[in-house]
Design a protein around this ligand. Structure first.
Ligand SMILES: CC(C)(COP(=O)(O)OP(=O)(O)OC[C@H]1O[C@@H](n2cnc3c(N)ncnc32)[C@H](O)[C@@H]1OP(=O)(O)O)[C@@H](O)C(=O)NCCC(=O)NCCS
Length: 162
């Protein structure tokens, strides 16, 4: 399924389904040490209450997407499951635009609260969410553990969508 729905300067946002699981898994692998894999994305993207938006470069519809955001909604609550921007495209406002687009889509699904969980050591991500006015609602100390055994805190953040 390809549903292009917004042109935003140099990128076009598009909602994708399980037929694009491979592309999204590859992009995810370029953003995170722990990969989810194609099968995991296919399992998620087939679900009716999961939204995956990718950003494509204008004029290059067949090229690999530059960024993705994945969210799940249930009743009035929604959660960002993952977001990532290709390393070479970071720091240019792409994640912010993608989050804005995701919020529009979740709002259309009647979501009133958006939650996410982020490693407190992930400065770019925490800055992104704080700048968008997400508020910290819980802390989970020693929640994450790196391959080297380093522990870090998970922050649970919430944004009211109404
Ligand atoms: C986090 C991530 C998605 C941000 O993507 P991005 O496109 O570089 O972010 P943007 O350029 O849209 O920046 C958004 C905001 O975050 C801030 N920000 C982004 N990178 C930053 C950094 N390295 N240091 C400090 N602040 C940063 C910007 O100042 C910007 O604030 P503004 O909206 O007030 O201008 C990207 O770094 C990434 O893919 N990281 C790896 C995957 C990951 O950690 N995902 C989040 C998991 S919770």
């Amino acid at each position: 399924m390809r549903i292009p729905f917004l042109k935003n300067n140099e990128v076009i946002f598009e909602q994708v389904s399980d037929d694009r699981a491979d592309e999204v898994a590859r992009l995810h692998a370029s953003c995170f040490d722990r990969h989810w894999g194609k099968a995991e994305f296919a399992r998620l993207l087939v679900q009716d209450n999961v939204i995956c938006i990718v950003a494509n470069e204008v004029g290059r519809p067949q090229a690999a997407p530059l960024a993705f955001a994945l969210a799940r909604f249930a009743a009035e609550e929604a959660e960002i499951l993952s977001i990532g921007v290709e390393p070479a495209r970071r720091g240019k406002g792409l994640a912010r635009k993608l989050m804005d687009e995701m919020i529009r889509q979740l709002h259309a699904q009647q979501a009133v609260s958006l939650f996410l969980e982020v490693d407190s050591d992930n400065t770019p991500a925490v800055s992104l969410y704080r700048n968008m006015h997400f508020e910290e609602v819980a802390e989970r100390p020693s929640y994450y553990s790196s391959d080297a055994g380093k522990k870090s805190t998970a922050l649970v953040m919430r944004l009211d969508l109404v």
